[in-house]
Design a protein around this ligand. Sequence first.
Ligand SMILES: [Zn+2]
Length: 234
Amino acid sequence: MTTAKVGRYYRLTPERRGVGVELDARHNWSLPGVSCEVCGETWAATGLDYPTVDLSTFPGLRALSAGGVVSTKEYAHLSEQLAKVLRGRPHLPGTELGPLIGVGGGTPAGFVWMNPWTLLIEERTMAVLRNQRLKLPDAVPAVLRELNGRLFEFEVLPQGEVQMAPRGKRCSECGRTPLRLIGRPAIRRQSLGEHADIFRIRNFSTLLIGTECFVSCIMALSIRCCGVTPVDVC
Ligand SMILES: [Zn+2]
């Protein structure tokens, strides 16, 4: 790792997959994908996960447990109901909710990545990070049978946008807009509001970002399993 520079942002990626830790888990609920009669696309977004959300008393729970694909009308109804529970968190078809539940294997240390957009942290490491001067998101324990240890998942909220170019028109029915990245990801400064020291990019939700404070801390503490790459801000 190189030295983190003040004021910079860094892309966070799996450096080594959990060093001997295996995970087979999924979030407790997810919004279905949507099939649109207007644009003809069937789609769901990836990377919008809110593990702290508890939907156990949500009236539309069946539709969120079944997965699958629904019509744009059914999705709109579900989305409206859910908006009250999510309190301003952006959501799309495919958004995952509730804690991770499943099976684990091995003894975790430092960070563990379930995939490149789902970052988990071992319990003692999280306690160490919480003692630093960092603004960290809320976290909940993942429910992982057979794991020799405890992992927590941060609720990494969407914040800031990267420059993207449209590849077609926005669909008036389902809201899908085909986009492509322009070169390397660069965060638009104006899109950045107040944010935690880890966040995900709103229009590229599989992209996890850490501030220089966060990256400096994990370097100083030699916390394992997180690759960092500087990201431009424009
Ligand atoms: Zn559409």
